[in-house]
Design a protein around this ligand. Structure first.
Ligand SMILES: Nc1ncnc2c1ncn2[C@@H]1O[C@H](COP(=O)(O)OP(=O)(O)OP(=O)(O)O)[C@@H](O)[C@H]1O
Length: 323
């Protein structure tokens, strides 16, 4: 198996505060190993502050790790940073790397010339990329008139200007409405179909589940699980997820556990508590629960049974997270 991204034992710490005696060390990566096969889409899924951006920055040579090593396309990200940069495209979330007063075409042309692409080839490339991201009709309109989704699509085109083997995408759909996010995901799929390798970070389970060949769940600077979405779901397999909404009652959680359920999260919606419970045999569990709850003075507001999703795995392994 040819791995186009490899990393082992990556550690990165940030020092917070200017005064040495009051400095606080934040360990953003705490020994990360990673292997991404050529031509696949790999997602790093994790809550805020998990270390996703730090990892992408190390792989794109923008940060140097304190310990460990990483190679992209066979080149070391520290020792051979120039070689790595020639072979990657990077789209960092929230960046403002476009010139808003220039058109989409002029932005891509400008970046093509920074890479020293000969004019004839650059023209062809810009045309193809605008087509890939569905902006050919907007090519000569200033970027300041683009919607958020269009800007993000242009960002992605910019990340591909040097025809990279590997595209690193940090939170590509953050802040986009569902339609714009769907368009971006479609483009990402096309990029992988072209034979490139894509590593993307996200905290949207659905995105990771829908797009990825493999997913690594990262939390607190460590990869806590890695595999194909289906494999990861089997971590909470051997059962069903029962979502139980109850109002009032004392000792509900204890009762759920006594009946063989494993509580993976507890939330609150409209004044009712929502228990997500992993249960081996839902029929038996629900029957027993229905006779138990009235004794605890708990009123059932809703009950739902479904198969586990990637989100359940994520919650189980990270103890929460957004979305
Ligand atoms: N420049 C910095 N200085 C100090 N601490 C930082 C810096 N950048 C990141 N951190 C800290 O390192 C940890 C990991 O941050 P990182 O941005 O890599 O996480 P993330 O998974 O990308 O999160 P998010 O989804 O919020 O972008 C967090 O605790 C963060 O506060």
């Amino acid at each position: 198996m040819a791995y186009v991204i490899e990393a082992e034992g990556l550690v990165k710490e940030y020092r917070m505060g200017l005064l040495p005696w009051r400095a606080r060390i934040v360990r953003a990566l705490d020994g990360v190993d990673l292997r991404v096969a050529r031509g696949t889409l790999f997602s790093l899924l994790g809550p805020n502050g998990a270390g996703k951006t730090t990892l992408v920055k190390i792989l794109s040579t923008l940060l140097i790790p304190d310990r460990g090593w990483a190679r992209v396309s066979g080149f070391d990200v520290v020792e051979e940073a120039g070689e790595v940069r020639r072979r990657i495209g990077v789209v960092l979330g929230g960046e403002r790397a476009l010139y808003w007063r220039l058109s989409g075409w002029d932005n891509l042309w400008f970046f093509s010339q920074l890479y020293g692409i000969p004019p004839r080839e650059a023209r062809r490339r810009v045309r193809e990329l605008l087509e890939l991201v569905g902006l050919e009709e907007w090519a000569h309109v200033r970027v300041e008139n683009y919607s958020k989704g269009m800007k993000q699509r242009l960002h992605i085109a910019r990340g591909l200007i040097n025809d990279p083997e590997v595209l690193l995408l940090d939170e590509p759909t953050i802040g986009l409405d569902p339609k714009a996010a769907r368009e971006v995901r479609g483009i990402v799929r096309r990029i992988v179909r072209e034979g490139r390798t894509v590593l993307l970070t996200t905290h949207y389970m659905v995105e990771a589940e829908e797009l990825s060949d493999r997913v690594a769940i990262i939390n607190g600077g460590r990869i806590v699980a890695e595999g194909a979405p289906e494999d990861l779901k089997s971590l909470v397999s051997g059962g069903s997820i029962v979502e139980l909404r109850v109002a009032g009652g004392v000792g509900v959680r204890e009762a759920v556990e006594r009946l063989g359920g494993r509580v993976i999260s507890v939330g609150e919606v409209d004044g009712a508590r929502v228990f997500k419970v992993l249960v081996p045999e839902p029929d038996f569990f629900i029957e027993a629960l229905l006779s138990e709850l009235p004794r605890l003075d708990a009123r059932i507001r809703g009950l739902d049974v479904r198969s586990p999703s990637l989100e359940d795995v994520f919650i189980k392994l990270t103890g929460g997270g957004r979305e």
